[in-house]
Design a protein around this ligand. Structure first.
Ligand code: SAM
Ligand code: SF4
Length: 342
């Protein structure tokens, strides 16, 4: 290859075998969390030894290599991303790609517990929108669902984020017998504060104590119920993620539906996921993964790393095969959501 061809190859967008361009990288910066949500983790989770984690500088180098290859959107997630020590250094350094115009969006998914401390600095780093996960507005239920969380602290975090000018999307996992009696109240609360509200189907990832079958509430049923009270208008609003949106005529706000079980949107998947140890998962619902830590550490130059990234994207599967029913007791994948992030 000539030098010019090599430069071209190093900057060409990443496209998988099904013609899907990879424009979105989600990065789990820690598998640790200050909550233990019942659908996400078991109570006595074992976490990775801290020395196995990539440094913040290594995470920056990996993200930057993806940005150089056409990734337009970076989502920092976890575990709880805001409990990783010095995490704002990573946001600060990645913000240079926003300034340079090579990255469209730097964002995060958080449980909100630390937003009070970090919202203003996130906004200063160019973050415009955050996803806050919140499954209930009832303080007792909140404690039961998160096992360790404090609702007031999360609500304070949301206030701080709003005051800092961040747009907020509330993400709630639809949970049978937990929040099925309050989805309308949550929608009206979120829309009253100008926030989008998205519901997510619980996914069979990692072993947990409760049965996922008992938790699973298909969004087709939730949506049918909303029609008793609201007029839902289909809109083509997209945020680059898997949610499909409607506008609620009565509130003027938006509701998103993430339906990996009842209707997957794998055909338009533009995402890959990186763990805090440098493992790249090409699909949330499949076990196949590629180690990027070894090529990252093998040389200061990114050539080996980019070769490994290209080889991984060439194996991105067509889609996932999540099933939750009475007879399927094993999770579809062994790892918990906190490993690859939401
Ligand atoms: N700790 C942060 C938070 O809760 O937003 C970020 C990581 S968390 C793994 C990301 C998202 O995944 C959250 O919205 C959470 O509700 C969701 N989640 C976790 N386990 C899930 C599961 N098994 N099925 C569906 N969503 C899940
Ligand atoms: Fe922590 Fe988020 Fe998992 Fe809850 S969903 S345990 S907040 S990583």
């Amino acid at each position: 290859m000539t030098a010019a061809q090599e430069t071209l190859a190093r900057t060409a967008p990443l496209v998988d075998p099904f013609g899907r361009a990879i424009s979105y990288l989600r990065v789990s910066v820690t598998d640790r969390c200050d909550f233990r949500c019942v659908y996400c983790m078991s109570e006595d989770m074992h976490f990775l030894p801290k020395q196995d984690l990539l440094t913040l500088e290594e995470l920056d180098r990996l993200c930057s290599a993806f940005v150089a290859r056409g990734v337009q959107k970076l989502r920092i997630t976890g575990g709880e991303p805001l409990v990783r020590r010095d995490i704002m250094k990573l946001f600060r350094s990645l913000s240079r790609h926003l300034v340079a115009g090579s990255l469209e969006e730097l964002t995060l998914t958080t449980n909100g517990s630390q937003l009070g401390r970090f919202a203003a600095e996130l906004a200063d780093c160019g973050v415009k929108r955050v996803n806050v996960s919140l499954d209930t507005l009832d303080a007792d239920k909140f404690r039961k669902v998160t096992r360790w969380g404090d609702l007031d602290k999360v609500l304070e975090g949301i206030d701080a984020a709003r005051a800092a000018g961040l747009a907020i999307k509330i993400n709630a996992v639809a949970l049978k017998g937990v929040n099925d009696d309050e989805v309308e109240a949550m929608i009206e609360w979120a829309h009253g504060l100008g926030m989008d509200m998205t519901f997510i189907e619980v996914m069979p990832m990692g072993d947990i104590e409760p049965s996922r079958y008992d938790q699973y509430w298909p969004l087709s049923q939730l949506r049918a119920r909303l029609l008793d009270r609201y007029t839902l208008e289909d809109i083509d609003y997209m945020t680059g993620g898997p949610a499909r949106y409607v506008r609620v005529r009565e509130t003027g706000g938006r509701i998103g539906f993430i339906t990996p079980l009842t209707h997957n949107f794998c055909e338009s998947c533009n995402r890959v996921r990186l763990t805090c140890t440098g493992t790249l998962y090409m699909c949330l619902g499949q076990e196949d993964a590629a180690d990027l830590r070894a090529p990252l550490r093998a040389s200061k130059d990114d050539a080996l790393l980019l070769q490994a990234v290209e080889a991984a994207i060439a194996r991105k599967p067509k889609g996932h095969d999540f099933v939750i029913d009475r007879t399927t007791s094993r999770p579809a994948v062994g790892r918990h959501m906190s490993v690859t992030g939401g």
